[in-house]
Ligand binder design. Structure first.
Ligand code: PGA
Length: 254
């Protein structure tokens, strides 16, 4: 089953106008050099940079995504940004349910599911993030936690075109630690089974499952070669175009 590898950068709360624009230009140039890459590329800058980054990416094959969205189209939601606004800015993707939002903003599976529905209704693709904490992992609950998150956060409208799932163990994010390649493959295979249970086998076989959590040039080749890993969601290493591209080149090079 051919699933197109997705290399996604999550810039988090980093970048002012100038450096964010420069980073986007560098990524766009490097991706252009790949000619017709085997992979799809995505960058998710903070809201404040979306417009500038969109312009910097013009003519390149790099897609633009946001890091969150509100579940409503518009209305009295001070400080929030709707999927329609993101679409208006040129976004085609949005990350939702990232562990930093689940933790810092108390986002539940139910809320993440509503956001996914809203993204789908606006014609945007959802990258739904899931993953266990260290405590959950140490008590052997990794698969159980991921299962609950998939069952609760992935809506019935999800298909392989409008949804990507990113497995990001919370303890691996920004720590330099990662599960072993065997563990990542086991978890991804289990996630695919849960997706099959929820959305059917054919959707599950086509849906892309990204790994995220301390992906860097030195571990990318091994992680991205795994059967059920269809790309990476990259935080820290996406802030340096050379690192981001070196991760990409391990699977999408010429
Ligand atoms: P990291 O972040 O690559 O810095 O670990 C990944 C993420 O949180 O998406």
């Amino acid at each position: 089953m051919a699933r197109k590898i997705l290399i996604a950068g999550n810039w988090k709360m980093n970048g002012l106008l100038q450096d964010g624009t420069n980073l986007a230009k560098e990524v766009a140039n490097e991706v252009k050099k790949l000619g017709k890459p085997e992979c799809e590329f995505l960058v998710c800058p903070p809201f404040t940079l979306l417009d500038r980054v969109k312009k910097a990416l013009r003519g390149s094959k790099v897609a633009l995504g946001a890091q969150d969205c509100h579940m409503a189209e518009k209305g009295a939601h001070t400080g929030d940004i709707s999927p329609l606004m993101l679409k208006d800015l040129g976004c085609t993707y949005a990350l939702i349910g990232h562990s930093e939002r689940r933790t810092n903003h108390g986002e539940s599976n139910e809320l993440v599911c509503k956001k996914a529905l809203s993204l789908h209704a606006s014609g945007l693709k959802a990258v739904i993030c899931i993953g266990e904490t260290l405590e959950e992992r140490e008590s052997g609950k990794t698969i159980e936690v991921c299962t609950n998150q998939i069952m609760g956060s992935v809506p019935e409208t999800a298909n392989a075109t409008n949804t990507v799932i990113a497995y990001e163990p919370v303890w691996a994010i920004g720590t330099g630690k990662t599960p072993t390649a065997t563990e990542v493959q086991e978890t991804h295979a289990a996630i695919r089974k849960v997706v099959a249970k929820k959305l059917g086998k054919s959707v599950a076989n086509k849906m892309r499952l990204l790994y995220g959590g301390s992906v860097k040039p030195s571990n990318a080749t091994e992680l991205l070669a795994l059967e059920d890993v269809d790309g990476a969601l990259i935080g820290g290493a996406s802030l340096k175009a050379t690192d981001f591209m070196s991760i990409a080149q391990s699977v999408c090079g010429k």
